[in-house]
Design a protein around this ligand. Structure first.
Ligand code: SF4
Ligand code: SF4
Length: 110
């Protein structure tokens, strides 16, 4: 058993949705099933509204166990256009998160 983390540096997420589509293609999800969703949110900054995108895995995300077992990266990480996603041992992903400003790390053991 090992703890893995899916790391997302959403400061650099462009909202392109490639991760959503890559996941769908990899897993053959139905139209209304998504392994990851990119949420758009807006907040009031110092002098303007700020928009940001935050990708969030859903209950359909299995961390691409099959790809990982074959030594590949999860489909979403592989296809992320801005390379703002990473995957690996939880400790490494947590360390990565401490060096960036806007990050989330989703963890799973398998
Ligand atoms: S890790 Fe795999 S299953 Fe999870 S969101 Fe990414 S592509 Fe989908
Ligand atoms: S593929 Fe990367 S840049 Fe595009 S929405 Fe997903 S996380 Fe953001």
């Amino acid at each position: 058993m090992m703890n893995y983390g899916l790391f997302i540096d959403y400061e650099w997420c462009s909202g392109c949705h490639a991760c959503e589509l890559a996941c769908k293609q990899e897993h053959g999800h139905k139209t209304d099933e998504w392994g990851i969703r990119v949420i758009e949110r807006m907040y009031r900054g110092r002098d303007k509204n700020v928009f940001e995108y935050v990708p969030i895995p859903t209950e359909f995300c299995d961390f691409c166990m099959q790809r990982v077992a074959e030594g590949k990266k999860p489909a979403c990480v592989h296809h992320c256009l801005t390379k703002c996603m990473e995957f690996g041992p939880m400790e490494q992903m947590s360390n990565l998160a401490t060096k960036k400003k806007k990050t989330v790390v989703f963890g799973r053991t398998f």
